[in-house]
Design a protein. Structure first.
Length: 354
């Protein structure tokens, strides 16, 4: 029997149909109402200038790439990261970008995402196990080697230095520490290295550096594995009347990692001597770009990219796009074979308008 609708019944049916259509477009299928892909981005922390810069760049590149983002902040806690991923899954995201600070404990979360066919791009860090579509990172062993070569050259192969290590539960902390130690042993056996674990904590770094300076007032170099230790290190040197220009015999040579604006200003002022510039802007850009490619079914092979980097296979099934991270100094000189660029170079993201 054919159902006949009067005017009121027809209007109700039309309203119901329109409501259902609007509900279907809302993102449960991984796309926003305007058709944009919806992806999840977990910010690993927001207590450092570097990561705050990354947080600033992410929505800018999302708009440029036509991607809608859902964001969370795991605050350097892998349990929170796992919970945040559950939120992303419930929101129907099509891909996830993350920067796990504990690179071993993230494995179960990666397995869950893989089982749901949700691609993952990690930035800055590489998981110890588990599959991801791409790792967007710089060569962190090169960070340690560049710091080693600069300090070795400045100290003429003799003296004492303190290395303020990051977290050794992170591939970044391990890479920078191992590379710095190996480079020193191989190239500058006359330099004594005091390694201090800090877990990327500025207060811990300051306390341990203070202890070393008290025990060894003749320390002439400091390698900070991240700018988290910058403020405390400068304060300690100032308190001890050691925050003097590089031409002063009392000067303590300091190398950092990150490339934040304050580091560049400190280099220009002669307070520290170098940093290795991690590309916070490109981390944000290529995390989202690779997620789009993963969702579209694109694949990559090891080799050079179209953005002056190199993709390497770090283990079977895991590729890493190693973005450029230059050594930055006041004069742009070369130190034991390692070139640098000047701290006022406009190509550095740390010199970009905020």
């Amino acid at each position: 029997m054919r159902l006949r609708l009067g005017p009121i019944g027809a209007a109700l049916l039309l309203t119901t149909s329109l409501t259902a259509a609007c509900g279907d477009s809302g993102g449960g299928n991984g796309s926003a109402g305007d058709g944009k892909l919806v992806v999840g981005v977990d910010y690993p922390r927001s207590d450092t200038d570097f990561w705050n810069s990354f947080i600033k760049y992410t929505p800018q590149f999302a708009a440029e790439l036509g991607v809608e983002i859902k964001t969370t902040n795991s605050q350097n806690d892998v349990a929170k990261l796992a919970a945040n991923v559950q939120t992303f899954i419930s929101q129907g995201v099509k891909g996830v970008s993350m920067a796990p600070q504990d690179t071993a404990a993230i494995a179960p979360t990666l397995q869950q995402l893989e089982s749901k066919k949700i691609p993952v791009v990690t930035i800055d860090t590489r998981p110890d196990t588990g599959n991801v579509f791409m790792v967007v990172r710089a060569d962190n062993r090169a960070y340690g080697e560049k710091a080693c070569k600069l300090l070795g050259a400045k100290l003429k192969g003799a003296g004492k230095v303190v290395m303020l290590e990051g977290g050794l539960d992170s591939i970044n902390g391990r890479d920078r520490t191992e590379a710095f130690d190996q480079c020193m042993k191989s190239n500058y056996p006359g330099i004594t290295v005091f390694g201090e674990a800090t877990n990327w904590d500025g207060a811990v770094a300051s306390q341990k550096l203070q202890t070393r300076l008290t025990e060894h007032p003749d320390i002439k170099g400091v390698y900070m594995q991240s700018s988290f230790a910058l403020a405390g290190t400068l304060q300690l040197l100032k308190q001890r009347n050691l925050l003097v220009p590089p031409t002063d015999p009392r000067h303590v040579f300091v190398v950092s990692n990150d490339g934040i604006p304050q580091e560049l200003k400190s280099i220009a002022a002669g307070e520290i001597d170098a940093t290795v510039s991690q590309p916070a802007d490109l981390y944000a850009k290529y995390a989202l770009s690779y997620l789009k490619d993963a969702i579209a079914g694109k694949t990559y092979q090891p080799g050079p990219t179209d953005h002056s980097s190199t993709i390497v296979q770090v283990r079977p099934g895991v590729l890493e796009d190693q973005l450029q991270a230059p050594l930055v100094t006041a004069d742009g000189a070369t130190f034991d074979g390692v070139p640098s660029i000047k701290s006022d170079d406009k190509s550095l993201w740390g010199n970009s308008p905020s």
